[in-house]
Design a protein around this ligand. Structure first.
Ligand code: SAM
Length: 345
């Protein structure tokens, strides 16, 4: 591919993902309007998640993700990812439903999400307890599969694994591999076909996803892999695996620090863990949002903690990302990290 062709492709992909950004940010605008968050912030100067929680009676943890997502989307301002402020224009367009002709937040009705899901999301701000993937219905696992399948199929075996030091040698020699948060099993099915001498185990708490994974396994007549309805905490702590992957999901876990510890206890010393994160670090990582996201997709990543991450129980941590100093495979669209277990915090 020439540089020109690559630039055109990249620009077009960005345009398409911009619509996804719009979809996700739209839902967050609806929740901000519905929960009175814009009104609570209007004219107040910089406000923290704790301050907003005190004013609204909502959960600080959820408000922090919402605030950071709003900042990443360019709707509110922040210097440090901790204190956030609405500009006069933002107040006119998002908060002032009584006095501003520019008020627009009311036009956002929750997007394509089912009304009962929007209802439960709004409730999560009150209770602090989020939704699992399965709470979103069978369509959620299918949607994730649609989103990640092409990239996983096209990049994992030909590009990603060879870029991870020594991993392909282990896989060719016969390794035991786990995919934590395996979803519908696309990655493991692809790898099981490519490395018939290795054994693969997929774990995911979503029964819908595991059902899809098992169907895919049977359709491909693969015998060197199995799937369990289980989470990271269910990993055996006996250092049995040669290679553990988490693809696009550490940020989706309510307690990523515990997941990272379980992974560390399950992988053989000296062997590898690979994490593919969001295009940006999620708010769960405790990282500040991009203060100037520009017209790209980063805001999508920063909304995901609210949509899909602070799930299934109160999220107490905002920690536990693999060290960003880890080596990184340079694959377009990915943030694959090849980690030695010692580097997992
Ligand atoms: C965005 S999906 C990614 C699925 C798959 N890795 C892929 O790339 O298609 C995130 C997955 O993480 C799973 N997940 C959530 N909490 C988890 C936990 N505590 N342990 C393992 N997986 C979890 C979800 O059920 C979901 O299938």
């Amino acid at each position: 591919m020439t540089t020109d062709e690559r630039d055109r492709l990249s620009a077009f992909a960005l345009r398409v993902w911009g619509y996804k950004q719009g979809e996700v940010v739209s839902l967050m605008i609806h929740l901000g309007d519905r929960l009175g968050l814009y009104q609570a912030m209007a004219g107040r100067g910089p406000v923290t998640a704790a301050g907003l929680a005190a004013d609204t009676g909502l959960q600080e943890r959820w408000l922090l993700e919402w605030l950071r997502g709003q900042a990443a989307a360019g709707l509110i301002g922040t210097e440090d990812g901790e204190a956030f402020e609405m500009s006069a224009e933002a107040v006119a367009v998002l908060a002032d439903s009584r006095g501003s002709l520019w008020f627009a937040a009311g036009a956002f009705a929750g997007g394509a999400a089912l009304p009962e899901v929007v209802e439960r999301l709004a409730d999560a701000f009150r209770s602090g307890t989020g939704l699992t993937y399965d709470d979103l219905g069978p369509a959620a696992a299918q949607a994730v599969e649609r989103m990640t399948e092409p990239w996983t199929r096209l990049a994992l075996v030909p590009l990603i694994l060879p870029a991870l030091d020594g991993v392909v040698d282990h896989l060719n020699a016969g390794a035991l591999v786990a995919d934590v948060g395996c979803g519908s099993g696309v990655a493991l099915c692809t790898m099981a076909a490519a490395f018939p001498g290795s054994r693969f185990e997929g774990l995911d708490p979503s029964q819908h996803a595991i059902d899809r994974a098992r169907r895919r396994t049977a359709e491909n007549a693969l015998e060197n892999l199995e799937f369990r309805t289980a989470g990271a905490k269910d990993l055996p702590g006996d250092n049995r695996y040669d290679f553990i992957m988490t693809l696009d999901c550490l940020h989706d876990m309510p307690r990523p620090a515990e997941a990272a510890a379980a992974i560390r206890g399950a992988v053989r010393p000296g062997r590898h863990v690979a994490d593919q994160g969001n295009p940006v670090g999620s708010g769960l990582a405790g990282q500040p949002p991009q203060s100037r996201p520009g017209p790209d997709v980063r805001a999508v990543g920063d909304q995901l903690p609210v949509l899909g991450s602070v799930r299934a129980g109160r999220s107490r941590t905002r920690d536990a990302r693999p060290s960003s100093r880890a080596s990184r495979a340079d694959v377009p669209g990915s943030r694959f990290l090849a980690l030695r277990p010692a580097r997992l915090r």
